[in-house]
Design a protein around this ligand. Structure first.
Ligand code: S3P
Length: 455
């Protein structure tokens, strides 16, 4: 999000039953990658359905600064034409690359420039400069790249950062110490301009949009299951990527907000069309179904190579469950709104394996727990678990919640406020533009009660 400016508080009030049919915007992960891969391909890539949100627009600006020609067409449909420069042919940017709020943009682009022989400078907003970058600079240093990072109060390896790309990159075989598609993707992108084979090993499957995109652009990675069950993903460097048009599917992470809002309002009946159903992203749907959510997956089909489906959701009586830790990677961005659902459920919802939530746009475990307690929710937070004890009735609400530059915290509390006895106010709705600029309009159309608060 842009630095400074005036906060925009917003109030969520209890709504009647929600109804209608809706479609959420394009997938954020795939939108970033469309711009990156289109810029690396030879020829013109036409993209439609691109998410036109702040995070993705920052990636677009950065790819232009690195030499790609990108035309963003007026009008609806998220249409973009990209004339790529070819692998290894990016040029030194003459400005600082400001990645705003986006960890994905920062980490993927640092990987991309690491194996180009020029210097570049990265920064971000007040949230991004606190987030750990050593998870990408460590493996990229092994490939020969050098970094100068800030030693922030949370420890070394923070933005702003100088990247001194290498012209003699060395391929690596690297086992991910954290389950992170961003780190996996950063290394694979660095490997694209590295001679030989670069391999990333992941113990836990994380979203595979980078692998899918490589295949779509004609250089499928080699994917092997190792004896210990881990997956090795290998790219052979210095190949030619062929331009390939992309239709970006809609974002299951955004769909989770109307989904939960409908579940927690009795009598609701909402259909969300053409939701991206990549199985590395749909953990929250399974979890909400296990909690008793009346969710029907309809018209499953493949659109432009990605599985999509329409999701019909009805107001439901939810029950607490234990959410397996192994599922965390497939729903990592959906925990904040799942916490809102758990707060309305009857019984205990126990969610282990949440340590990665502490290094998202905010410490999502602490930020959500603080806001939920202020709304009267009974919970226990540990270093990597959250236990929410629900009475079966929505919590009291009646609090003003700090969203600390985190779009998903903002949207989660606006969803919870549709059910609470007293309204919930968020201190600033502006971060929502990071990933879901039409959130308020879309939710209001379904019957949500959202009002801009006069400060
Ligand atoms: C993303 C990966 C996830 C997710 C983020 C988008 C991506 O982060 O939280 O919103 O597009 O690769 P990690 O891979 O670091 O868990």
């Amino acid at each position: 999000m842009a630095h400074g400016g005036t906060p925009l508080p917003m109030i969520a009030r209890r709504s009647d039953a929600l109804s209608g049919t809706t479609r959420v915007p394009g997938d954020k992960s795939i939108s970033h990658r469309s711009l990156i891969f289109g810029s690396l391909a030879v020829g013109r890539t036409e993209v439609s359905g691109l998410l036109e949100a702040e995070d993705v627009l920052n990636t677009m600006a950065a790819m232009r600064a690195l030499g790609a020609t990108i035309t963003h067409h007026d009008g609806p449909g998220g249409r973009v034409s990209i004339d790529g420069v070819g692998v290894g042919a990016l040029t030194e940017p003459d400005c600082v690359l400001d990645m705003g709020n986006s960890g994905t943009a920062a980490r993927l682009l640092v990987g991309l420039v690491a194996t180009h022989p020029f210097n570049s400078f990265f920064t971000g907003d007040a949230s991004l400069v606190k987030r750990p970058m050593a998870r990408v600079t460590d493996p990229l240093s092994e490939m020969g790249c050098a970094f100068l990072t800030r030693a922030g109060e949370m420890g070394a390896g923070r933005l702003p950062m100088m990247v001194q790309g290498t012209d003699t990159p060395v391929p690596i075989r690297y086992r991910l110490p954290v389950a992170s598609a961003q780190v996996k993707s950063a290394i694979l992108l660095a490997g694209l301009n590295t001679p030989g084979e670069t391999t990333v090993i992941e113990d836990v499957p994380t979203r595979d949009h980078t692998e899918n995109m490589l295949a779509h652009f004609g250089v499928p990675p080699r994917i092997e299951t190792l004896e210990d069950g881990a997956t090795a993903i290998t790219v052979t460097g210095q190949q030619r990527l062929k331009a390939a048009d992309i239709i970006v599917p809609t974002d299951p992470s955004s769909a989770a907000f109307p989904l939960v809002a409908a579940l927690i309002r009795p009598g609701s009946d909402v259909t969300i069309e053409a939701v991206g159903m990549n199985d590395r992203r749909t953990g929250v749907i399974l979890t909400l179904q296990e909690m008793g959510g009346d969710i029907t997956i309809m018209n499953e089909r493949v659109e432009a190579g990605e599985p999509v489906a329409d999701i019909r959701v009805k107001g439901s009586v939810l029950e607490g469950i234990e959410v397996p830790a192994e599922r965390a990677a497939s729903m990592i961005d959906e925990y904040p709104v799942l916490f809102a659902a758990a707060a309305c459920a009857k019984g205990t919802t126990y969610m282990p394996g949440l340590h990665e939530l502490r290094v998202k746009e905010s410490d999502r475990l602490a930020t959500m727990a603080r806001g939920l307690v202020a709304c009267g929710v009974d919970l226990t937070e540990t270093e990597d678990t959250l236990t929410i004890r629900g009475s079966g009735e929505p919590p009291r609400g009646g609090a003003t919640v700090e969203t600390v530059l985190d779009h998903r915290i903002a949207m989660s509390f606006l969803v919870l406020g549709q059910a609470t006895a007293e309204p919930i106010t968020i201190d600033d709705a502006r971060p929502i533009a990071t990933s879901f600029p039409i959130f308020t309009k879309l939710m209001e159309k379904l019957g949500c009660q959202l009002v801009r608060s006069p400060v």
